[in-house]
Ligand binder design. Structure first.
Ligand code: ADP
Ligand code: MG
Length: 426
């Protein structure tokens, strides 16, 4: 009398909304597909925190033209064939429901050119249905564009967070993939502005330093088939920990807390754990990133040993870093009466003159209001000597990155990158 089966369309939307709950889930699935397709470059673009638009473009193997319509069908995957494959998963995806779910809850455009084909296929999908399919000229690889996520699922739309929050989640996610696949070129653009452009690196350390813009210490340890590589920032900042198990970004609260205690609360720490796949339980739920490790005790032991005794050469490295950092500051100029451009060590720094001066006053007085009012404004004249003094003072601050309100004080470029981009070896 009262009970009736739900229409298929409603069931499909509900389950799609479980796989893709927010823009970050969508970006995650698309980026993982690109990485599974062996791409060496992945470009991600978002507008309005991904709520309005998401695009993920790669130069991977592409999708075969005969598969184009299959990829948006539920449980269609090229990655596993039978149950036994589940025991040795090396790809990110395998459930074959991500593209299906995205297709159900957005307006989707997929362009793909299979590596053995001369032309690509463009396919437009709405509400899970193919509206248009045509041949197009394009580079080998795939580009998936997602417009108006949840336009047809108002409940989900209402529960999306503010643009800033959604964007920050995506930035965090992209950082994780950049750290996991350090040899892949990643770019992230948000509302038309580059958030980062990370060229392919030679090793993990190079990527870690490139991403966080500072030097890191490397520590390694291994035993019984389990190995740990751990990178900690030399400078103290707001502590952050990134954990990877067999290259997969994961959460494991217990282990994260252990690392935080061991490493200290003010360090950025990137920890890679590698162990045979049979020792890890990657939960088969689509989004659970919580993993269980069967040799967790051993992993902790390996980490603890790394910090038991700091080899003396670490201290030596530290001392050297500091010295070279503080010694040579060169003020190159002041741009638009707003930005101080300085060369410090191997970096070009762009300081916001107001924020820098405000931070200096705050450091001296501890009074936020007064220092904000008293500080130099953008547009105020300043001599190079005054700028030099400001920057020199800044070098001695504890937490150099932010102004008293938490805004970044500077933006910096590694000069080596500039040479690299100009194809000049230095
Ligand atoms: P899964 O990743 O679990 O296999 P998806 O729904 O995410 O499922 O993708 C379905 C299939 O579409 C994949 O198995 C793959 O064959 C193909 N595919 C999706 N994205 C790409 C891409 N960027 N490059 C190449 N093939 C892709
Ligand atoms: Mg996938």
């Amino acid at each position: 009398m009262f009970v009736q089966s739900l229409p298929l369309e409603v069931i499909q939307k509900i389950s799609a909304g479980e796989v893709i709950e927010s823009p970050v889930d969508c970006v995650k699935e698309l980026v993982e597909n690109s990485l599974d397709a062996k791409s060496s470059r992945v470009d991600v673009e978002i507008i309005k925190g991904g709520k309005r638009y998401i695009s993920v473009r790669d130069n991977g193997t592409g999708i075969h033209r005969d598969d184009m319509e299959k990829v948006i069908q539920r449980w269609s995957t090229s990655k596993i064939k039978d149950v036994s494959d589940l025991l040795s998963i090396t790809s990110f995806g395998f459930r074959g429901e991500a593209l299906y779910a995205v297709a159900m809850v957005s307006r989707l455009v997929i362009r793909s050119r299979f590596f053995q084909d001369q032309l690509g296929i463009k396919m437009r999908v709405e509400d899970g249905k193919v509206l248009e399919k045509q041949e197009i000229g394009m580079q080998i690889g795939t580009c998936v564009e997602v417009y108006d996520l949840f336009y047809n699922l108002p409940v989900r739309l209402r529960f999306l967070k503010k643009e800033d929050t959604e964007r920050n989640r995506i930035i965090k996610l992209m950082k994780e993939y950049a750290l996991s696949k350090w040899d892949v070129h990643f770019t992230l653009t948000s509302n038309g502005r580059k958030v980062f452009d990370l060229y392919p690196c030679q090793d993990v350390k190079e990527r870690v330093e490139l991403l966080f813009g500072q030097k890191f210490e490397e520590r390694k340890n291994s035993k019984d088939g389990v190995s740990v590589s751990l990178y900690t920032s030399l400078e103290n900042t707001r502590g952050e920990i990134y954990l990877f198990v067999n290259s997969r970004p994961v959460q494991n609260r217990n282990l994260l807390e252990y690392i935080r205690k061991t490493v200290g609360y003010k360090k950025v720490c990137v920890c890679y754990i590698d162990l045979p796949t049979y020792m890890v339980d990657v939960n088969v739920h689509p989004k659970k990133r919580e993993v269980r490790i069967y040799k967790e005790r051993l992993v902790k032991e390996l980490i603890r040993e790394l910090f038991k005794k700091t080899p003396s050469y670490f201290n030596f490295v530290l001392a050297q870093e500091k010295a070279s950092y503080t010694s040579n500051v060169e003020i190159i100029g002041i741009i638009d009466k707003t930005l101080i451009l300085a060369k410090i060590g191997d970096y070009l720094y762009f300081f916001d003159q107001h924020l820098l001066s405000e931070r200096l006053l705050y450091e001296a007085s501890g009074d936020l209001m007064a220092s904000c009012k008293g500080a130099l404004k953008a547009g105020d004249d300043m001599s190079k000597d005054a700028a030099l003094e400001l920057v020199r003072a800044w070098l001695n601050f504890e937490n150099k990155e932010v102004c008293p309100h938490g805004r970044p004080i500077y933006y910096r470029l590694y000069i080596g990158d500039i040479y690299k981009n100009l194809d000049r070896r230095k």
